[in-house]
Ligand binder design. Sequence first.
Ligand code: GDP
Length: 195
Amino acid sequence: MVIRSLNLETVCGITSKLPENEHPEIAFAGKSNVGKSSLINALMNRKSFARISATPGKTQTINFYNINEELYLVDLPGYGYAKVSEQEKAKWGQLIERYLHGSEQLKAVFLLIDIRHDPSANDKLMYSWIVEQGFNPIIIATKLDKIKRSQVQKQIKAIRQGLNLLPGTIVIPFSSVTKQGRDEIWELVETEFME
Ligand code: GDP
């Protein structure tokens, strides 16, 4: 993907009206610190356009990045941050649900899982939630550079089993350090989800 233009066009908080965009939207979900901002920056060929969280889980907004006036990368707020109150969690849930349920242009949801760890209870919840909204999420196994090559297949298998992935679900290992996996993600987006 050649990035010709890039714009953080809309930031939605819990009380915001969600945008009615005219171009396809691709959303990214994952727990705080999983590497979501780093992935989005890598996809946009930028170092720090998307927020990189110093205090994980603090920003409870949905950010819409307009790419080339033809596509949106949608950064969903991270989950699983321990210091967030139950009330804040509930609001977070409503915002995400409103988006997943209501967006007319949402074409695909990517769910990020740290390749080093078995999926958490929150990861499992998020996965089943996305499936309930009618999407078959694509899994991105992040921080690939942190494990030995010989461990990769074993960890991917653990993610498949941990999330009880539907047969045929795509899992793409990715590293924002080496950028491995980036072209594969773009190719998938361009061939499957853009008109
Ligand atoms: P977010 O909270 O999901 O947006 O996560 P960030 O993108 O802010 O990343 C959280 C931390 O993990 C930061 O310190 C990143 O530098 C680091 N990180 C993210 N992706 C990778 C990766 O692929 N490899 C390595 N080694 N570190 C990463």
